[in-house]
Every structure is written in C-alpha cells, then in structure tokens.
Write a protein that binds this ligand. Structure first.
Ligand code: KG4
Ligand code: ZN
Length: 353
C-alpha cells in the first residue's frame, strides 16, 4: 500500500510518500524557521501564508522523488490536529482536494500521536507493545501508555509550558537565537559546562502525578540570568534591591544552559520512571517530537531504559522534528485497521488525547 502524507500544523510544510506503513519513498520538508526567527517565535498569519506558497511545490517534489504516479496512491493522509488552525487548513484543503479529485480515501491523523510512530520509519525492529510513549515538542509534553500504535491512553501532560517552549524561552533569556533548543543543547555539550552551577527546581507536582510543569524552571532561570525583581516598595521605607545576578558572561550562559537542560530533562525521567513503576508490563519506551533530538534526553533515557529492562526507540534526527513521513505512516496503519474520514474532516487546534 502506498499513501501520501501531508503535514502543515505549525511552521513546516511537508509531504511524504510511504509504502507499507514504514518505508519512506520520499519525505520533503519546507521549513519556515528562518522567517519566524526574526520575530522570536512562530507568527500564525505568516505561517499560513507561507504554507499556501509552499504546499504545491512540496507535494510535487514528494511525488516526483518517490517515483510514483498520483493514480497509484492508495490513500491521502493529513495531520488535521492539533496545531494552528490557519496552518492546518492549508494542508487539509490540499488533502481534501486530492482525495476528491483522485477519488481516494482521506485519513486524518493526530500530529502528536504521529510523533510516536516516527521510530518505525525505515526501522528494522520497531517497538514492542505495551510501550511508554513520550512526546516532547514545541507544543507538547505528554506521556502515554501505548497498547498498540493506535491505542493510546494519556497518563500525563504539561500543566503549563511545553518542554520545547521552555527551551525556546530559556534560550531567549540567555540571548541565544530561536529556536533555542539546539543552541542550549550545543552549549551544554561543552566539556567545560557546569550543569550544577545553579540547582534549578525540578517540578515533581503531587507524589503520584505524571503531569509536567516548566513555568517554575523558566522563572528560576530568568532570575539566575537577569536577577530577581525588586520587592514591592513599602511606604516610608527605602526601595530594597533584591538579588542582582552576576554578569552574564559567555561561561555563565553556557553553565546556565547546562543547568537548565539538566533540570528540564530530569523532570522527564522522574515522570517516566513513575509511569514505568505503575505500569510494570511496559516493554519499550518510545520518544518523539523535536526535543527528542536533545543529547541529554537521549543519554538519560538510554540509562532509564536499561535500568528498567525496556528497549528504547527514538526516531532518526530527521524524523524527530515535524515531517509528513510520520503522518503518512500512522495513517497507513489506521487505514489498514479500517479507519477512513470524509470531506467533513475538520482542522482542530487540540489533540485527541
Ligand atoms: O516537534 P517539533 O519540530 O515541533 C512541534 O510540534 O512543536 O519541535 C520543535 C521544538 C522546538 O521547541 C525546538 O527548540 C526543540 O523542538 N528542539 C530541541 C532540540 N532540537 C529541537 N530542544 C532541545 N534540544 C534539541 N537538540
Ligand atoms: Zn510536532
């Protein structure tokens, strides 16, 4: 079976041709990162307009590189949730137009769930189930019990910022370019980096909680980098200056980046361990989303998997970030299981679970 996958949920316009749910015949991604970097984050209106410009050339390139004719495609798969609605609509409209004009089935998939299917792409040995799934991206930090690639039960999620968003905000505080995750990662890999310069708070929430919180860590980094704001002035008393931060030298930026990354990743392993303790039948750990490219995430989870006798599955770097191969691949599995949508399929800002 050959499917065409389409992705446009945020700032990547992507199309891919997938054969038999894991073989990537082509995967084309047009990234808008450079345009949004100027604004320090994704500007939704600009994102939709660029998707509109990019969608047809990207689709054409994916079909050409795969060496298939449109008539030979068995189904059209599209990421229709979650994301920026204006962005989702561009990919969804293209998918509907193709489905209608070629008279091929249309399948809508959840982008977050598709991140957890990325480790299957081009892989010899896919994960075994039941598995622990962790999606760590710019918009999501979610932990799942996965009884199969399509049967997911959410165990926990962030109650405030997503981890990728926290990395990006941390980088902005440290005056590093957007998107900040890779820059923080690179600084933290410096052999001289001191990841204990500041003992940042690691959010645990309630004793049995599998949720995440990154806003406290972000504020702690802000104070460590820029100093604590003045306490309120009391009438008749002189204004007290709280704690000015030491000068933000290059070495301090590097050490704050490393300390931030240590705390951010530790929060993930603590919750993953809790989930493994309460779900002792899990046999593998699957991680997806842009932050799964992080060096410390990869090394810490390698240890965690070994300690828990689980296999670890993290996608190849090119499938960690947003792409249409993961969308097409998950859609193939759903289609084989009998799932099919129609032209009323809607663009939805939130994830299914
Ligand atoms: O999955 P993704 O491409 O988009 C969303 O669906 O959100 O993830 C993008 C996020 C950004 O926040 C980026 O800073 C982060 O992934 N990221 C990283 C690394 N590479 C990308 N974060 C930490 N370390 C990295 N090496
Ligand atoms: Zn994503």
């Amino acid at each position: 079976m050959i499917v065409l996958g389409i992705e446009s949920s945020c700032d990547e316009t992507a199309a891919a041709v997938i054969e038999d749910s894991t073989i990537v015949r082509s995967s084309v991604v047009a990234s808008q990162t450079e345009t949004h970097a100027e604004y320090g984050g994704v500007v939704p209106e600009i994102a939709s307009r660029l998707h509109e410009i990019n969608i047809l050339p990207v689709l054409k390139q994916a079909i050409d590189e795969a060496g298939v004719e449109l008539e030979h495609i068995d189904a059209i798969v599209v990421g229709h949730r979650p994301g920026l609605v204006g962005s989702l609509l561009v990919g969804l409209s293209a998918a509907k137009a193709l489905s209608w004009s070629l008279n091929k089935p249309l399948i809508g998939v959840d982008h977050v769930h598709a991140h957890l299917y990325a480790p299957f792409l081009d892989a010899q040995d896919g994960p075994t189930f039941p598995a622990l799934g962790l999606v760590i991206s710019g918009g999501h930090t979610s932990l799942y019990r996965m009884d199969s690639p399509t049967k997911l039960t959410r165990l926990g999620a962030t109650i405030d910022d997503a981890i990728g968003e926290a990395f990006d905000k941390a980088a902005s505080i440290l005056d590093l370019p957007y998107p900040g995750g890779p820059h923080i990662d690179k600084l933290a890999q410096d052999p001289d980096a001191n990841d204990r310069l500041v003992d940042f708070p690691i959010s645990r929430l309630r004793k049995d909680s599998l949720d995440f919180s990154y806003s406290g860590l972000k504020t702690a980094l802000l104070y460590a980098a820029k100093g604590k704001p003045n306490p309120p002035k009391l009438p008749g008393k002189p204004q007290r200056i709280a704690e000015p931060a030491p000068e933000l030298t290059t070495d301090r930026v590097r050490d704050l980046a490393a300390s931030f990354q240590r705390a951010a990743v530790r929060a993930l392993t603590i919750k993953a361990q809790r989930a493994l303790d309460t779900n002792p039948d899990l046999t593998s750990i699957i991680i997806g989303g842009g932050v799964s490219a992080n060096t410390r995430v990869r090394s810490e989870f390698a240890k965690l998997a070994q300690d828990n006798d689980c296999s670890l599955h993290i996608p190849e770097m090119k499938y960690c970030v947003d792409n249409a191969a993961m969308i097409g691949a998950l859609g193939s599995v759903m289609f084989e299981a009998g799932h099919c949508d129609d032209l009323t399929l809607a663009a939805t800002p939130t994830t299914a679970c």
